[in-house]
Design a protein around this ligand. Structure first.
Ligand code: HEM
Length: 237
């Protein structure tokens, strides 16, 4: 008998979350509920949403390590592509709505501001990842695909740096609107650290031991025994 597939609610949730910000921005725009400078507001919102998705894409593997939830890695590609989609929209609003696609003006502006160089670098790092995200490239590139996709780490760090530099404030003294990007930077670093092999192995071991303890404890309670005593002091497996 064929096994029934579980309802793909995680997949549906990711896609709802993927499009929801656009719906909200559109709604706010139609209700005149954006700031006095709506184009700048939309540009900034799209940039922040791109960061959330990018850090979300980085969080997939650490969350999988922490929880062992097998469906999570299956949603990594969608997460990364939403990050790229919002990045493109952010840049399009900047180039199109802000500067009417006058490229001479856009390039001289980008050259003149460090935070824009940094943003452009983040975009260039994300570009090959999005371009090779199709099954065809995954099959064709084999191990090189995995190697290339390590670019997501510098891309995320550079994107968060662009976020921090775009704010009015001082990144070194943490004055101004710098706290949010600083927290995103810390989270990004934490997510990267969690992938270091010995730490990753330790987390997986600890998770398995905890699950095993809970399983034995509830099994012994069901059997009517003393749950506390049934927990072994050391799990050898
Ligand atoms: C060619 C590439 C890029 C250009 C030209 C660009 C342009 C800009 C501009 C002009 C701003 C300032 C908006 C304002 O305050 O008026 C900005 C801010 C921002 N950008 Fe970019 N950006 C680029 C790449 C990226 C990338 C790759 C990301 C993230 C994945 C990103 C995320 C952000 C964020 C989070 C902000 C700050 C939003 C806020 O103030 O809350 N940008 N960008």
């Amino acid at each position: 008998m064929q096994r029934k597939r579980p309802f793909p609610w995680l997949r549906i949730a990711v896609h709802i979350l993927g499009w929801l910000p656009l719906v909200i921005i559109f709604y706010l725009y139609t209700r005149n509920a954006l700031t006095i400078n709506p184009i700048q507001d939309i540009e900034q919102r799209l940039g922040r949403i791109a960061i959330y998705w990018l850090v979300g894409a980085l969080a997939v593997t650490p969350l999988h390590i922490l929880t062992g939830w097998r469906d999570l890695p299956l949603r990594r590609r969608a997460t990364g592509l939403y990050a790229f989609m919002y990045t493109c929209l952010h840049i399009l609003v900047f180039m199109g709505l802000d500067y009417g696609f006058v490229f001479s003006q856009i390039f001289s502006l980008i050259l003149g501001k460090v935070y824009l160089w940094v943003g452009a670098l983040a975009f260039l790092l994300l570009l090959p990842l999005a371009a090779t995200s199709f099954d065809y490239f995954i099959r064709k590139m084999g191990r090189d695909w995995k190697r290339l996709h390590w670019l997501v780490y510098p891309a995320a760090l550079v994107a968060v740096l662009h976020y921090a530099l775009a704010q009015k404030g001082d990144i070194f003294t943490l004055r101004g609107h710098i706290v949010a990007p600083f927290l995103w930077l810390l989270l990004t670093i934490l997510l990267l650290v969690m992938r270091i092999p010995p730490l990753r192995r330790w987390i997986i071991r600890t998770r398995r031991q905890t699950v095993e303890r809970i399983r034995r404890f509830s099994a012994s309670r069901k059997a009517g025994g003393d749950g506390e005593r049934a927990i072994p002091t050391k799990i050898t497996k």
